[in-house]
Design a protein around this ligand. Structure first.
Ligand code: F6R
Length: 237
């Protein structure tokens, strides 16, 4: 793993934006894998700003989001569809049919997971997969104990994840219990992975992810197995 040490959230976001923009400008039909959450908010702002001020085009970009809650309407302001539209997509020139986000409202969720895998096979591989890190070591919604060979699947959220995400809802009880997530095997098929981790509360888990033996109890530790991972962090490793 290549580690880029930065001093703060702003520097992490700027460095990440540079790498995303290189991918967008150097590859003819770039495919990005994208997370939601607090971590990429400033990164997305910087991408929007570059699009608006330097006219970098995203019209050939295709995107796959990591995950979506089950049961939330896409226009609910807690859905990941809504988050991505507000923070990124509606500000860019990316065609709507280039954007893939799991449909958490699908009647048949198993079928939705299989369809998502098919889209990734047809359009992918993902050139650059951006990831945030959960305090319990999750990536996407792959919670501790998820098998490394899982592909897109339905998950039950851990209590600690519902708690961490409750800040976006009225209460923890309002956080959906289920989500659809790209699996770990799916994530590992990206050509390059960019893991963004900021803040003291993730220091202990990040050290485990990087230094301890790979284990399904710490989903992100699987990244040790991937040949092209860059971690950008303000944490002393
Ligand atoms: C969200 C996702 C999650 C988050 C993780 C960190 O799409 O895939 O794995 O990246 O929960 O969340 P934040 O960035 O809010 O600390």
């Amino acid at each position: 793993m290549k580690i880029i040490k930065v001093n703060n959230y702003e520097q992490m976001s700027q460095k990440a934006a540079e790498i995303v923009l290189e991918t967008v400008q150097e590859i003819a039909q770039p495919v990005l894998g994208l997370p939601t959450g607090s971590t990429p908010e400033r990164l997305y702002e910087l991408l929007v700003r570059t699009h608006q001020t330097e006219h970098v085009s995203f019209k050939n970009v295709r995107t796959f989001n990591l995950d979506e809650y089950v049961g939330l309407p896409v226009d609910s302001d807690q859905s990941y569809h809504y988050f991505m539209n507000e923070h990124l997509f509606r500000h860019l020139d990316i065609p709507e049919n280039h954007i893939y986000i799991p449909n958490g409202q699908a009647e048949n969720l198993e079928q939705e997971c299989a369809a998502y895998e098919t889209y990734i096979k047809q359009v992918g591989p993902v050139d650059l997969q951006v990831l945030g890190l959960g305090v319990n070591g999750h990536i996407g919604f792959n919670e501790p104990g998820t098998r490394f060979n899982e592909r897109t699947h339905i998950v039950e959220l851990e209590d600690s994840t519902s708690e961490a995400n409750a800040r976006f809802f009225k209460s923890k009880e309002d956080v959906p219990k289920l989500a659809v997530t790209m699996g770990i095997e799916t994530i590992l098929e990206a050509k390059r992975i960019l893991l963004l981790v900021q803040g003291e509360k993730k220091a202990e888990i990040l050290r485990k992810v990087i230094h301890e033996e790979m284990t399904e109890d710490i989903p992100a530790s699987v990244l040790q197995r991937h040949a092209n991972v860059t971690v950008i962090t303000d944490i002393e490793i």
